[in-house]
Write a protein that binds this ligand. Sequence first.
Ligand SMILES: Nc1ncnc2c1ncn2[C@@H]1O[C@H](COP(=O)(O)OP(=O)(O)OP(=O)(O)O)[C@@H](O)[C@H]1O
Ligand SMILES: C=C(C)CCOP(=O)(O)O
Length: 246
Amino acid sequence: MTTVLKLGGSVITDKATPETVDDDALDRAVGAIADADVSRLLLVHGAGSFGHHYAEKHGVTPTDGSHDAVGVWEIHDSMRRLNDEVVGRLQSAGVPALPVHPLSAGARAADSTLSLASDTTATMLAEGFVPVLHGDVIAHADAGATIISGDEVVAHLARGLDADRVGLCSTVDGVYGDDGDVVSEITDFGDVADALGGSDATDVTGGMAAKVRALLELGAPASIFGPDALSGFLAGRSVGTVVDGR
Ligand SMILES: Nc1ncnc2c1ncn2[C@@H]1O[C@H](COP(=O)(O)OP(=O)(O)OP(=O)(O)O)[C@@H](O)[C@H]1O
Ligand SMILES: C=C(C)CCOP(=O)(O)O
């Protein structure tokens, strides 16, 4: 059983203040992961108040690239520092976490086809490690380097590793419908298109609408849920909104 879990950047950072980790929220998430009995767990985290701020500063998005190495480094470096924090806390809690940085482990072809760390992550999982990837900048043929969101990392590796369970832990309890209630299942983008917005903070990767689109394309059901439901998800329960495009 392989589980892919993303900790949203809006969960583990204070998205309104540049480069600020939300210590309590990150510790709670790390505690839930350390207490869970999950083999073959791959983690991804988003950018929150780290990468998006620099991506916007340098005009880099998932489609608009840059050949400015200093700018690309600045975006990556902020994500690497956030990743150090996440991996360090996981290790301190006894989780065998190891970093995998998309900038150094993948690329996009000119038609946007992605290759990313499949051998690295498969071998780490087989050896009992917990790979921890993140949203990043990535070399992109004919475009320099573009942004890859944590959600795209999740979708790509969930497919590549044939994951059985996929979870996105965000700040919201799930996807809210027009009436403001959490929708229990989404099978088609049209079901919730009117209710889906972007993010409520600086976010170059599209917020909730992009998340739902990416998950609908997976070959497995995926759940979107809030931090309070993380332990439940890791225990195998159905939580939040299930997105199933199969
Ligand atoms: N219909 C909706 N239901 C739930 N949240 C929605 C909806 N429409 C827009 N949102 C917004 O989506 C945001 C969650 O997306 P966001 O990309 O910020 O999450 P994240 O994955 O936790 O963070 P990051 O992208 O930094 O990793 C929430 O802040 C919420 O305001
Ligand atoms: C902005 C960068 C560097 C990555 C964005 O990843 P996300 O927060 O998962 O959307």
